[in-house]
Design a protein around this ligand. Structure first.
Ligand SMILES: [Zn+2]
Length: 78
């Protein structure tokens, strides 16, 4: 599961693997189910990822423009 998420980010970011380093992360309530989710920021990119292990919620967006790069929210997306 973790491998899939990372692969998506690398694909959209179009940067060498070593330049996409994990800079920091913190916990926040999941916007989908309210359980504990993790927000991550990536070094040398404007991407941030919000991921919840409880419901598989995933949101990858550009911090600068607010554009959503990758999003998956079980139960509300369809
Ligand atoms: Zn959730």
């Amino acid at each position: 599961m973790e491998t899939i998420k990372t692969a998506k980010i690398k694909r959209v970011n179009l940067q060498p693997v070593q330049r996409v380093q994990l800079e920091c992360f913190y916990k926040l309530p999941c916007p989908n189910c309210g359980e504990e989710a993790t927000r991550r920021y990536f070094y040398q990119s404007n991407l941030m990822e919000t991921a919840c292990e409880s419901c598989d919620y995933l949101l990858v967006s550009c911090e600068e423009t607010g554009d959503v790069v990758e999003a998956y929210a079980p139960g509300i997306s369809r």
